[in-house]
Design a binder for this molecule. Sequence first.
Ligand code: NI
Length: 176
Amino acid sequence: MSIRPIILLPDPVLREVSKPVERIDDNVRKFAADLFETMYDAPGIGLAAIQVGEPRRLLVIDLAKEDEPKAPQAFINPHIVSRTGEGVAYEEGCLSIPDYYAEVERPKEVNVRYVDLEGKEQEIKAEGLLAVCLQHEIDHLNGVLFIDHISRLKRDIVIRKFRKMARDKPPARMVG
Ligand code: NI
């Protein structure tokens, strides 16, 4: 297992639409283990493959609190089959947009169909934080960020800020 570098705004990779995972094998399981390790290290409660630069439809979530045992969940090729309930506002953040939080309104409940790490088809009804997290992470697979759901004015401000930070920072990799 290894911790992968997380891609930050405004990297255009975050706007890519990820491709379905064709086969669930040990490579995919190993990659999912890397995603979990990267997410726990950050730390965060959700991470999509594209956030480490891999445009595959795979995401991981763990909503366990610090004093609770780990509860890792991997979702392969997830899609939302139905949305119900009034929009609920929740303050979201993103590992690709560190230290920025904003309220986003999303449907209260979603039914999500996906494949698990054993290759079995599953469907869950998610509400509360899991519903928020799944919608946020599935957005990533479609190149959508949570800041796309806030006002244009606020979005432009945060994008400008991250663009400036990326410019001011020395490159993360030096290739000689
Ligand atoms: Ni995110």
